[in-house]
Design a protein around this ligand. Structure first.
Ligand SMILES: Cc1cc2nc3c(=O)[nH]c(=O)nc-3n(C[C@H](O)[C@H](O)[C@H](O)COP(=O)(O)OP(=O)(O)OC[C@H]3O[C@@H](n4cnc5c(N)ncnc54)[C@H](O)[C@@H]3O)c2cc1C
Ligand SMILES: [Mg+2]
Length: 531
């Protein structure tokens, strides 16, 4: 019998189809055949009815393939206070707050695991834990820090001793790991631009960039155009482009300058202020890369999920949210659930794969203007920290390919060099054989640190672009014009639907900390309207 419900694909939502590799299949949703009545039409039919009536149709075994029918019969008759869509750290933070406030909560997660963009991925041979996604925590990231402490996740300093490598088109330069870059030549020309950024950040309407007096001017430009208006020195332009792509994993010609200025301004805590926003964003000690989690950052969401386990339904991709008066019906592959309020806790770049009934045109337009960065993470394992023996920190920053930013990592007695595969380079390698990506990353490491890089004993590679429920990382950026036109739809609730996910945060947007803040804020909105 043909499957009744088509699953939305990447191409249906305007993105090139994702590789159907084993990874995306393992994380849910990859096994549904595509045939039968288009899902959209089917849901429209469902939408015409509401609540239990819709669920009865969904439960009709004669309409569905056996497996589908079995799952859909599981209509949950409870009217929850809140349903949280997504068990990334933002959704988990929302659920935790709502449960603490005495609300009844269900969390629906597409994958078979919690954590979303925070994920422990084992190395290929030894199965060592590596942070495939989020890894670092820094000063003023107080909300994620509080969770790490609450769940007993130890934070260790990022290895920071010795010299770091600055790579500019084949030229290798060493510099002290702190304070930053070799301050000579073209890099100096970037300093007045950095000073201007600092000045802008100091009075910035963080989280509401559309309120800045020059919002229209800056949102009309890409980051690269904004920089090019300020310096004609090639190295300065390169460094400022690279700083942005190191943080966002998107090249500077693909997102709004206003977005970037808000992102930099958000890199501090509302209570703390900050002498240097740029240093806080890009730095190790004193900056966002100051600490790593012993055992992987994923321990935080995994332990949160463990504490919430009775509330979470895994393998439950949400397909539609039907607002019927004062409540919503949430249609997922694991059944249909009803709630007074819904938190959609994911990036705007993927939240509109869900069908909203009635439609939310403003929010849809906002989401259409957001794109996930392209990113992968590569880690090579060594028996000895040979770079330390050469006086090197293991940190590199530059325009070599395919990895442009590296750090030393450590796992279970083994020494690791980690490199981000960013932006266009990751896009180029999304579908490449794994060994090719490994070889290219190792070549880059050898250029940065020496030929000892070739003696790796193990590795891990994780390609976020190929993830069915992420579509890339670390964060989604907005194209020019989007924030000034539709920015309000980022957080304004739409009926009973509230928005979380790191992209909706004021402070530390793009980071774990911002994700936690956003989840807690969405929960507070719901508690405030449902006392
Ligand atoms: C390579 C990489 C490196 C990073 N480095 C750092 C770092 O060092 N420090 C830092 O602070 N941050 C870092 N980040 C960013 C950080 O991971 C994110 O900011 C944060 O994890 C986002 O959390 P979230 O809950 O908002 O979104 P997500 O983690 O994306 O959570 C969304 C959840 O929703 C689920 N979902 C999606 N669609 C549906 C659906 N239709 N139905 C049900 N569920 C659905 C997803 O499976 C996912 O679990 C990095 C990210 C990446 C990818
Ligand atoms: Mg989440």
């Amino acid at each position: 019998m043909p499957e009744l419900v088509n699953r939305p694909t990447g191409s249906a939502a305007g993105r090139s189809p994702m590789g159907r590799n084993s990874t995306s299949a393992r994380f849910g949703g990859g096994d549904s055949p595509n045939s039968g009545i288009p899902r959209r039409l089917f849901l429209r039919g469902v939408a015409a009815m509401s609540g239990v009536a819709a669920a009865m149709v969904l439960a009709e075994p004669a309409l569905a393939a056996p497996g589908e029918a079995r799952r859909r019969r599981e209509h949950d008759p409870t009217l929850y206070d809140a349903i949280v869509v997504g068990a990334g750290i933002s959704g988990l933070a929302a659920a935790k707050s709502l449960v603490a406030a005495g609300r009844t909560v269900k969390v629906l997660e597409a994958r078979g695991r919690a954590g979303g963009r925070i994920h422990n991925h084992p190395t290929a041979r030894l199965g060592l834990t590596t942070d495939a996604g989020a890894e670092f925590i820094g000063p003023t990231q107080n909300r994620v820090d509080a969770l790490a402490r609450e769940y007993g996740v130890e934070q260790l300093p990022t290895y920071d001793d010795g010299s770091s490598v600055f790579w500019n088109s084949g030229q290798r330069r060493l510099f002290a790991a702190q304070p930053g870059l070799p301050l000579d030549g073209g890099v100096i020309a970037a300093l007045p631009v950095v000073a201007e950024i600092e000045g802008i950040c100091a009075g910035f309407p963080v989280g509401e960039p559309w309120r800045h007096p020059r919002a229209a001017e800056w949102d009309a430009l890409t980051w690269r155009q904004w920089v090019e208006q300020r310096t004609s020195v090639a190295t300065a332009r390169m460094v400022l482009d690279l700083a942005a792509s190191a943080a966002l994993s998107v090249k500077g010609d693909q997102f709004s300058a206003l977005y970037m200025l808000n992102y930099v301004a958000s890199s501090t805590d509302e209570n703390t202020g900050g002498p240097s926003y740029v240093a806080r964003l890009l730095g190790t000690a004193g900056g966002a890369q100051e600490r790593v989690c012993n055992g992987g950052a994923a321990l935080i969401p995994l332990r949160m999920a463990e504490a919430l386990r009775e509330h979470i339904v895994f393998d439950a991709p949400v397909r539609a949210i039907d607002q019927a008066g004062d409540h919503a019906v949430v249609v997922s592959d694991a059944g249909t659930f009803s709630a007074r309020r819904v938190v959609v806790a994911m990036s705007p770049a993927i939240s509109h794969r869900i069908e909203y009934i009635p439609a939310l045109p403003e929010r849809a337009a906002l989401c259409a203007g957001y794109t996930m960065g392209r990113i992968g993470k590569f880690a090579a394992v060594y028996e000895r920290p040979w770079w330390r023996e050469k006086g090197l920190s293991g940190q590199a920053f530059g325009n070599a390919t395919p990895t442009d930013v590296t750090f030393e990592n450590y796992a279970e007695g083994n020494h690791i060099l980690m490199g981000f595969v960013s932006a266009d380079e990751m896009a180029r390698l999304d579908g490449a054989p794994e060994q090719q990506v490994v070889d290219e990353c190792i070549d880059a490491f050898a250029g940065y640190f020496g030929d000892e890089a070739r003696e790796y004993i193990d590795y891990s590679l994780f390609r976020w672009d190929d993830e069915e429920w992420s579509w890339g990382g670390p964060v989604a950026t907005s194209a020019p014009g989007v924030l000034t036109t539709y920015g309000h739809a980022l957080r304004d609730p739409a009926g009973v639907v509230h928005w979380a996910g790191t992209e909706t945060s004021d402070y530390w947007t793009g980071y774990m900390d911002g994700a936690v803040r956003a989840g807690e804020r969405a929960a507070a909105e719901i508690v405030a309207v449902s006392r």
